[in-house]
Design a protein around this ligand. Structure first.
Ligand code: KG4
Ligand code: ZN
Length: 357
């Protein structure tokens, strides 16, 4: 029996230090052997958001034992690893530099190939960790830093159909939570509070709802919520506002996804239309429900990564590493960390944004 490829994935783009060992089973299906994630929530809580310098320091303190634990838990040895894949962007430059340098150094010392991975491509491919998924598919990527509809046409082949013109959806959840006095990171808490409230209590704006194709906009919501928050008297008022926010988001996503379905169908002629929802906000149960219902009506097949793989993790980075390994797409060791790195090459790429170190 031929030896199965083993990839070490490393992620440190923001406030999660993570490492994972990934292989394939006899049918070529990716198999996670270990997936270690250490969140820095406690480090950043008192500041109400991620402090880059503290995040980087925390990555430096943890990266070696996280990688060690990932290898130990996988039952493999360091020398069994075929290649090392690290997130190279987008993200906070001081944070990216930690996992990227660590991965490069390890690859150099083991004399194994190194693979630089786009973090967004990790989210985009994360459903492949538990589902058989063929190209092309429509992707809705909703995370703390990005909100985009993309036509995924192959590894490294993305066409952007729509994007947020201001805040990302996760950012809108987090900002709403902050206004309501909920501890960072508030996104998941909003979902919980919303269950106790009346979603029809407050009328909130839906920016670019009737124009702009499947582009999105959430900044106006924050302003409206800030205004209403000054009138809140009881906890129930707070729950009502959280519920109204959640409902507004559902309506926006429902409408914009329907438009994205049409645009995807115009571009691609496939027998089965697959719709993948990935990124941290894809963990939101109500958002999942409305998108699943929409798929039923519009004849799309919905695919979500398992909840634990929606947020930042290194298994998705190793997954991209595995696909690139099979195509011999290795990276030179002078590859820079790239703080801004869009998936769609035709979208503005800031030349010179990469920083070598
Ligand atoms: O993908 P992710 O872990 O990190 C980025 O790459 O940004 O996404 C984090 C975002 C945060 O804004 C967080 O509040 C949001 O995902 N999030 C949620 C939920 N779980 C995480 N937002 C709404 N409902 C949730 N259940
Ligand atoms: Zn992410």
């Amino acid at each position: 029996m031929s030896k199965k490829t083993i990839i070490l994935g490393i992620e440190s783009s923001c406030d999660e230090t993570a490492a994972s060992i990934l292989t394939e089973n006899q049918h070529g299906i990716p198999t996670i052997l270990s997936n270690i994630i250490s969140s820095q929530v406690d480090v950043h809580k008192e500041f109400g958001g991620v402090v880059p310098e503290l995040a980087a320091r925390s990555h430096i303190e943890k990266i070696d034992w996280i990688v060690e634990k990932a290898i130990k838990d996988s039952g493999k040895k360091l020398e069994d690893i075929d290649a090392i894949a690290s997130t190279a962007g987008p993200g906070l430059i001081v944070c990216l530099s930690v996992g990227l340098s660590f991965g490069k150094a390890l690859a150099l010392s083991l004399n194994k190939p190194f693979i630089a991975v786009n973090h967004l491509e990790g989210h985009a491919l994360s459903p492949k960790l538990n589902s058989q998924l063929d190209y092309p598919y429509l992707l809705l990527l909703i995370s703390g830093g990005h909100s985009q509809f993309l036509s995924v046409e192959g590894l490294g082949k993305y066409k952007r159909l729509g994007t947020t013109i201001d805040d990302a959806l996760g950012e809108a959840f987090d900002k709403t939570a902050k206004i309501l006095g909920i501890e960072f990171p508030g996104g998941p808490q909003i979902e919980i509070l919303a269950k106790k409230g009346n979603p029809n209590k407050y009328e909130l704006p839906k920016p670019i709802f009737n124009r702009g194709g499947c582009n999105l906009s959430f900044a106006g919501l924050k302003t409206a919520i800030l205004k209403i928050s000054k009138t809140l008297k009881t906890d129930q008022d707070k729950y009502n506002l959280a519920a109204s926010f959640q409902k507004t988001i559902e309506e926006i996503l429902n409408k914009k996804t329907k438009i994205a379905f049409e645009e995807f169908k115009k571009k691609n002629n496939t027998k089965t239309n697959h719709f993948v929802v990935a990124g941290g906000v894809a963990a939101n149960k109500k958002i999942r429900e409305i998108l699943i219902n929409l798929c039923k009506k519009e004849n799309f097949k919905p695919i979500f990564p398992p909840k634990e793989l929606c947020g930042d993790n290194a298994a998705m980075i190793a997954m991209v590493g595995l696909e690139k390994y099979k195509l011999n797409q290795f990276t030179k060791l002078d590859h820079p960390a790239i703080p801004r790195w869009p998936l769609d090459e035709s979208a503005a790429f800031l030349k010179g944004a990469g920083v070598k170190f």
